[in-house]
Write a protein that binds this ligand. Structure first.
Ligand SMILES: Nc1nc2c(ncn2[C@@H]2O[C@H](COP(=O)(O)OP(=O)(O)OP(=O)(O)O)[C@@H](O)[C@H]2O)c(=O)[nH]1
Ligand SMILES: [Mg+2]
Length: 172
């Protein structure tokens, strides 16, 4: 079983996964460089004590936005869960993110994958609000047409809003 993290360039995937993997490592002064290729992050289960049968940690692969044309190479029936990260502060990018999201939902090999739509950078004052972002992504129309289960989580790599929810979603 594998886990993927995808989303447009600069949407915040690396910062989000770094903030989850190394709590306290990300703040307002942190910058990251574009991911050329892929990154692997190890996410630890927050459950304490660990329930019997639960995994202690999982590996998740970030696919850089720069290589969106090559994402397909990583799609397979064994992809269990996908984090799809959208930058809510980037108005121009939201609709293009919707097109990328649709290409994932329509992919025959990913029909059984569970999708978590992560609306990130929620710490920005000039972000799109949840409902506006969802409307721009046409999420209700998409949900009606696709077989995958879509969970929506609002987050920020800086304030750590939503990060525990994302980890919980990955393990449950
Ligand atoms: N304020 C704020 N800025 C963020 C947040 N997450 C990311 N950023 C900013 O967005 C920039 C790009 O973030 P990355 O995490 O590198 O984006 P990415 O999705 O990994 O981009 P690629 O690797 O090119 O696909 C970072 O340098 C940060 O400055 C967040 O939650 N809040
Ligand atoms: Mg990156």
């Amino acid at each position: 079983m594998s886990f993927l993290c995808v989303g447009p360039r600069n949407s915040g995937k690396t910062m989000l996964l770094n903030s989850i993997q190394y709590p306290g490592s990300v703040n307002f002064t942190t910058h990251s460089v574009n991911t050329v290729g892929t990154n692997i992050f190890t996410i630890h289960n927050l459950e304490k004590p660990l329930k019997k049968g639960s995994k202690k940690n999982i590996a998740i692969r970030e696919l850089g936005g720069e290589m969106a044309v090559m994402w397909k190479k990583y799609y397979s029936e064994s992809v269990e869960k996908i984090l799809f990260v959208v930058d809510t502060s980037n108005l121009c990018q939201i609709s293009c993110a919707g097109v990328l999201l649709y290409s994932i939902l329509a992919e025959p090999k990913l029909q059984k994958a569970k999708i978590c739509l992560v609306l990130t950078k929620m710490d920005y004052a000039y972000r799109q609000m949840r409902n506006e972002a969802l409307l721009m992504l046409q999420i209700e129309r998409l949900k009606a047409q696709v077989s995958q289960e879509i969970t929506i989580i609002e987050s920020s790599a800086i304030t750590r809003e939503g990060l525990d929810q994302i980890v919980e979603w990955l393990f449950n």
